[in-house]
Design a protein around this ligand. Structure first.
Ligand SMILES: [Mg+2]
Length: 379
């Protein structure tokens, strides 16, 4: 049997014995409904909710999953870890949206390559005391996001955790070799584009931080958001961008399959840092015009009272999960036409340069002092 959670025993006894051993700390689980259900009960519970697909030859239940790539396509694989209090807080993130987001951020990496997301592996390190309701709601979110993107859960792993909830998602997708878009193809004088709007998630985080935790950790009721100005849904919408991001799969595929873009990346750490990855991989630089950054109506209304627009949230805030791509200037109109059917706007925000430097400038051409170049886990 493979797939979901099955490999824990072999894996942990050989390599990570302390993770799997039931000792005085971990035995707290024994009184919870989750422990009564047991590891294999949990596996069955999750497996019972997973739908099959012709591409999944052998899914959950064997030593390894077997999947069938579409003829002529290559496999795209990416993995992400989400750690409690590093990437999410249980006090803010209800389990349903945490489940959705944990898969969405991985799907976003496939979207960034112009790929078609297909299969996912999910591993969970579960702290003592986490309720079965939490896991059920988490899986409802995870499998809902999977269904929306025609992704099939084919396996994973589970163990106990002594330091918070840890989620690991591996996503696999596919695409024809000639259509896969890498970070390394940007050329000097290409336009720099982004999808959607930027800074909403970062502003949502700021609003949530300033409001403090609205409900106790572990409470699975709906997130309580600070009220916005009358008649505006600003905070709710901004928080939704943070807590329940939408991977831009359709736009990524449309652009890749039309052959219109030279490089692409998803924006997880802020457009300045993520375009920086394109610049580094392509051996180029670029100039981003802050006045051209697409800001949502909610972002503008929430920041209207400030002396200056906080462009740094849009440049470096992170967690937007939009796409940043580069394209030849001659493709401008074709790009606008191409993405129309996705319903997602695209905006030109700058120009690729040969100088190797990545800068942000104001409308008058003066350098914009951003103060930070993106979220970095090691600072
Ligand atoms: Mg990425």
């Amino acid at each position: 049997m493979a797939g979901l959670f099955i490999k824990r025993t072999e894996h942990s006894s050989a390599l990570l014995p302390s993770v799997n051993r039931i000792d005085s700390t971990v035995t707290k689980l024994s009184s919870s409904p989750l422990s009564k259900l047991g590891e294999f009960g949990l596996i069955s519970r999750i497996a019972g909710r997973v739908s099959g697909h012709e591409s999944v030859v052998t899914g959950i239940g064997d030593d390894a999953a077997v999947t069938a790539l579409s003829t002529g396509m290559q496999l795209l694989t990416s993995t992400d870890m989400l750690l409690e209090d590093v990437h999410f807080r249980r006090a803010w993130h209800d389990p349903y949206r945490l489940g959705r987001k944990s898969l969405a951020v991985s799907i976003s990496d496939i979207a960034a390559m112009g790929g078609i997301p297909r299969w996912a592996l999910l591993s969970l390190a579960i702290p003592a005391g986490l309720s079965l309701d939490f896991i059920d709601d988490f899986m409802r979110g995870f499998l809902g996001m999977a269904a929306e993107n025609q992704v099939f859960l084919i396996g994973g792993d589970t163990c106990s955790s002594r330091s918070g909830l840890t989620l690991s998602v591996t996503i696999m997708g596919e695409q024809y070799p000639d259509l896969i878009v890498r970070r390394s193809g940007a050329l000097p004088d290409d336009d720099i584009w982004v999808t959607g709007t930027l800074g909403d998630a970062a502003l949502g985080l700021k609003v949530a931080e300033e409001a403090g935790s609205c409900r106790p950790a572990g409470d699975t009721s709906s997130l309580c958001c600070p009220p916005g100005p009358p008649g505006l849904e600003g905070p709710d919408t901004l928080l939704s961008r943070l807590l329940d991001p939408t991977p831009r799969v359709a736009v990524g595929r449309l652009l890749a399959e039309a052959g219109l873009v030279s490089a692409m990346v998803d924006i997880s750490d802020g457009v300045l840092a993520d375009f920086g990855h394109i610049a580094e991989q392509s051996g180029v630089g670029g100039c981003i015009r802050i006045d051209d950054l697409p800001l949502s109506v909610d972002f503008r209304s929430q920041t209207a009272a400030l002396a200056a627009i906080p462009y740094q949230l849009a440049l470096s805030g992170g967690e937007d999960y939009e796409l940043c791509f580069t394209a030849c200037r001659s493709n401008r109109e074709k790009i606008i036409d191409c993405v129309k059917k996705s319903g997602i706007a695209v905006t030109r925000i700058g120009i690729v340069s040969s100088s190797l430097e990545v800068t942000a400038v104001s409308f008058d051409g003066r350098p914009y002092n951003n103060g930070t170049d993106g979220f970095n886990h090691f600072t």
